[in-house]
Design a protein around this ligand. Structure first.
Ligand code: HEC
Length: 402
């Protein structure tokens, strides 16, 4: 396995010696880690735990043994508890589903640390450990600024990442000036250069940069709400149930160590600020200042229409909204608020008029796989999908222009 490890690195970046050095050092490190396992050796040595990881994705993982990254260190801690060593299978773009398919599901590795714990992440093909942490978006600003909720952003210039939940969330707020950036790095730079007052960006990278490049100068406040914060876990292929159970068995004892690792890499893992639905939905709702989570607020304040009033399809809009925000919102935005018009599902009625319903069923049943829209007919039954449709009907944009 050591040899294949090096070979992979060479293939990936043939021109860079440093990579090879890193790989060799990693192998040496693995050899060192092997010693305690052998010493402990009651009976035969267990095979190493094979982790898939991205070699250039700090704060999560890197092939620099001096700075292996949060996920790799969590993986190493888990392996050690199981009396196993770790071998790393380097893979670029760790997060993509395609990567998961080519690595975890093709048995290139036993586990991937830090996958988002969403039921629909890869369907039933991927199973998860208990949650290990929460990740998402954070507000970053100078330490003397009050950042207790969305209304503290009023009148400010806020950096948001292109096509991110924060961008969607702030899209309807005329009283907050959005400055679109392409990456959390760019958001931090805009903050540092005084181009924005706040950066509302991907928290782990913000925390890591704050720690390593900005001398811990900024406060980082995690946010909570649909698409803003989610649990992450260790993912396994479906057939690895026994290994998953073993890992679950050791995780509770590892929580303090895992928390310490979050701190080491500057990745926020603290109590988040909750964002209010009323705040987000319209600029005129000044009244409620009590912060609440996005989901709860809407359920409490604005019961969506149900079958009786929802038009031609029978279904339950509240249940539909739940499915939507749990699954579809990752791409189409929480409550279908989406800045990118092409996937703005509030425009379905305008776009398709009388064909709205037939377009919905065809698209949702079969997907448009080439365009990135998955097929859902094997995931939800038609009653559930009808609920989603009824919910979407209740949020159609009926305004004037286009
Ligand atoms: C992984 C991202 C993703 C998820 C999750 C997703 N969609 Fe989509 N969806 C897309 C993309 C991308 C398109 C646009 C495809 C295109 O360009 O034609 C789309 C298009 C659609 C359309 C057609 C829009 C139009 O104007 O033609 C509908 C309806 C739709 N999605 C409904 C849903 C529903 C309902 C769910 C949840 C059950 C869902 N989508 C989940 C990515 C996603």
């Amino acid at each position: 396995m050591s040899v294949s490890c090096i070979a992979r690195n060479e293939l990936r970046t043939p021109s860079r010696n440093t990579r090879l050095e890193h790989a060799i050092r990693t192998v040496l490190l693995s050899a060192l880690l092997m010693v305690p396992a052998l010493a402990a050796g009651a009976g035969e040595t267990k095979p190493p735990l094979r982790l898939c990881a991205d070699p250039t994705n700090l704060p999560f993982s890197s092939d620099d043994p001096g700075k292996p990254g949060l996920y790799l260190e969590i993986g190493q801690a888990v392996a050690q508890k199981l009396g196993r060593t770790v071998s790393t299978n380097w893979y670029k773009s760790y997060f993509g589903k395609r990567t998961v398919r080519e690595t975890l599901l093709s048995k290139q590795c036993d586990a991937m640390v830090g996958l988002p714990l969403i039921d629909d992440f890869m369907g039933p093909a991927v199973i998860f450990s208990k949650p290990i942490a929460h990740e998402g978006y954070a507000l970053v600003g100078s330490k003397d600024r009050k950042l207790a909720g969305i209304d503290d952003l009023r009148g400010l210039r806020v950096a948001v990442q292109y096509q991110s939940t924060p961008q969607n969330l702030l899209a309807l707020r005329d009283d907050i000036r959005k400055v679109t950036v392409l990456s959390p790095e760019e958001g931090m730079a805009a903050l540092e250069q005084g181009k924005v007052d706040i950066a509302f960006i991907w928290a782990p990278v913000a925390g890591w940069l704050n720690k390593t490049s900005y001398g811990d100068k900024y406060q980082i406040v995690s946010t909570e709400g649909d698409g803003l914060l989610w649990a992450t876990a260790i993912g396994f292929a479906k057939a690895s149930g026994a290994l998953r159970d073993e890992v679950d068995g050791v995780l509770p004892a590892l929580q303090p160590e895992i928390s310490a690792l979050f701190a080491k890499y500057g990745v926020p893992n603290g109590a988040p600020v909750k964002f209010g639905e009323a705040d987000r939905a319209t600029t005129s709702s000044v009244g409620s200042s009590e912060p609440v989570t996005v989901g709860q607020a809407a359920a409490a304040e604005k019961p969506v229409q149900t079958a009786a009033t929802a038009g031609d399809a029978k279904g339950d809009a509240t249940a539909g909204r739940e499915v939507f925000n749990g699954t579809c919102a990752h791409c189409h935005g929480p409550d279908a608020v989406q800045a990118e018009r092409k996937i703005d599902l509030r425009l379905l009625k305008k776009r398709y008029a009388d064909d709205m319903e037939s377009t919905f069923w065809k698209t949702v049943h079969d997907g448009r796989p080439a365009k990135g829209m998955p097929a859902w007919k094997d995931v939800f039954n038609d009653d559930e999908l009808r609920n989603v449709y009824v919910y979407l009907q209740s949020v159609q944009d009926t305004g004037g222009s286009n």
